[in-house]
Design a binder for this molecule. Structure first.
Ligand code: GLA
Length: 561
């Protein structure tokens, strides 16, 4: 779902000489057949982003170049085809929304629940009806059906090729950026995307911040409120990024979130634009060619966290490790230069083994996967795939298997408990992605289970999670924790309840005690577990988990064996 850039506008200076035969009629410029509307155009709506098109007029036929077939046809973005007759324009989006990419495919921007009306990405139509106001402007009414159905006023505006087509600039030399010293445990917070997509606004963010505190989430450790896609509009005459009408004052918003004792995050892209756009409006701003300015703006506004999403970077960087690292390094350097501590969250869907260089580019966390969605299949596939790269996790540099879906309604409670248990054993960032204002008691009990959070946030010398055993569709994962303890997760990925067993002796405790005594607790049942015999066996429900903390008993009450 690539959208186009919306950098500073250089209005095209009347490249088309209006034909002498042009007749002004009824507020529209009725153009004779000789007038050529061919060229580069930006389509804008108020408070939206921008889509760029190369349009070609051929007699009365009018549309994108070259003729479009299938996804992403035409010059840029989805194609348009239609007519221009007597100054009246009729254009239709040529192809309907392409089917959503396979869940979790690299860069697959899974459309979250709130925005999926009209089917997951399918069946959208867009019709632009309007008049040629002058040879450089076409005012239109855009009628959308399917996803984001509605009627909007917008306009096409002629732009230079230079604006419409990004020209590459040299990438910086690679170097290792210093550790910014932040997030010594995986970041915890909330991000707007999974629940709200880009239908997020200042007021909702404030109410979420209120709910973060009143629900107990803040006390449980959730700190960062991250505004994802959808806050920006364009750039002012000085090139400074500006918010759109849904976010009247980004600094005031940061001040509000800070006043609640929380921290706030913002979102941008190394490309010219970010990934998603409002109805017909196109993509929001990216930071390409504005990295230092934007980092400084975010710092001046008081932001504490940047999620930097690849999106349109492919238009201006090569799809290589070198270029990907360079793109992220550029912003990493810019953030350091501001002097404001800001968590740097890389999001390029795990391409080019980002876990091997994300830290060098200044990253504190990096997405290791395409987008999660609120389904067992997506969460399970992403979560268990992390085991192979868990050894790359270091303090302050976390693998990020994407935000939590707990509480969004697409999974059973057992599946959400598996989600939370797995993310905690992985030491993954815990970024809630649900509506904190309306959480059920069950959702709260999952997101705010202090013992499970403690595994995620363990402060010992960091040890990555390991796979102890796999049998059929069951897995036993273990992670060594501080305090001479282990987390042991018995995961059932199958569709029937299953008995899962592990040997106590497989937990290699660092203890000088001759005869070891262990104490174990079931962290979801909140009760102690008898440690006896050589093994432990639990019956684990379909898609469920039994999560234990096993420690060397410190006083009386341990169970000897
Ligand atoms: C990408 C990211 C998501 C979200 C959207 C916003 O798909 O992976 O987490 O930020 O973009 O468009």
């Amino acid at each position: 779902m690539q959208k186009r850039r919306g950098s500073m506008r250089k209005l095209y200076s009347w490249p088309v000489i209006p034909t002498t035969a042009a007749i002004v009629c009824c507020g529209a410029l009725a153009l004779s057949a000789q007038t050529d509307l061919s060229g580069y155009w930006a389509f804008r709506i108020k408070d939206g982003g921008v889509n760029y098109y190369q349009l070609q007029q051929n007699g009365e036929s009018f549309g994108t170049v070259p003729p479009v077939a299938g996804q992403g046809g035409g010059f840029r973005g989805r194609g348009l085809a239609g007519t221009v007759k007597n100054g009246k324009v009729h254009l239709e989006m040529v192809n309907s929304m392409p089917a959503a990419p396979a869940a979790g495919a690299p860069g697959a921007a899974a459309r979250p629940a709130a925005a999926a009306a009209g089917g997951p990405g399918g069946g959208q139509t867009r019709v632009y009806e309007g008049v040629v106001t002058n040879p450089n402007r076409i005012d239109v009414t855009l009628t959308t059906t399917g996803r984001d159905a509605g009627v909007l006023k917008g306009w096409f505006e002629r732009v230079s090729k230079d604006e419409a087509v990004p020209t590459r600039i040299p990438s910086p030399e690679l170097r290792d950026l210093p550790d910014n010293g932040m997030v010594r445990t995986p970041p915890m917070g909330w991000n707007s995307w999974n629940k709200f997509a880009d239908e997020i606004d200042d007021k909702t963010v404030r109410r979420i911040a209120d709910a973060m505190v009143s629900s107990g989430m803040a006390k449980a450790g959730y700190t960062y409120i991250v505004v994802d896609e959808g806050w920006s509009s364009g750039r002012d005459a000085n090139g400074k990024i500006i918010p759109n009408g849904k976010f009247p004052d980004m600094k005031a918003l940061a001040d509000y979130v800070h006043s609640k004792g929380l921290k706030i995050g913002i979102y941008s892209s190394p490309g010219p634009q970010s990934c998603w756009g409002r109805v017909g409006g196109g993509g929001y701003q990216g930071s390409w060619k504005h990295e230092e300015e934007d980092a400084q703006t975010f710092a001046d506004w008081g932001y504490d966290y940047l999620k930097y999403d690849q999106c349109t970077a492919g238009e201006v960087y090569d799809n290589t490790t070198q270029d990907s690292q360079a793109a992220y390094q550029k912003m990493g350097e810019a953030l350091l230069k501001t002097g404001r501590p800001m968590v740097y969250s890389l999001c390029q869907y795990g391409a080019h083994d980002v876990w091997k260089w994300g830290g060098k580019a200044g990253g504190n966390l990096w997405r290791t996967t395409g987008d999660i969605n609120d389904s067992w299949g997506s969460m399970e596939r992403i979560g268990f795939a992390q085991l192979d790269i868990s050894k790359y996790v270091k303090v302050g540099h976390w693998n990020d298997p994407d935000m939590l879906e707990v509480g969004n309604g697409g999974m059973m409670a057992d599946e959400y408990r598996t989600h939370m248990s797995l993310w905690s054993m992985l030491a993954a960032p815990l970024m809630a992605g649900n509506d904190l204002r309306t959480m059920t008691e069950e959702t709260k009990s999952i997101l705010m289970n202090p013992d499970v959070i403690a595994i995620d946030q363990d402060r010992g010398e960091f040890q990555p999670v390991q796979r102890l055993s796999v049998q059929g569709k069951t897995e036993v994962l273990i992670r060594q924790l501080s305090g001479n303890a282990y987390a042991v997760g018995l995961y059932n990925r199958g569709d029937e309840p299953a008995e899962i067993t592990f040997r106590w002796d497989d937990l290699k405790f660092d203890t000088g005690l001759g005869s070891r005594r262990l104490a174990a607790t079931d962290l979801w049942k909140h009760e102690s577990v008898t440690v006896s015999g050589d093994t432990y066996t639990a019956t684990v429900p379909k898609h469920g988990v039994v999560l234990l903390r096993v420690a060397v008993a410190t006083g009386r009450g341990g169970f000897g064996f």
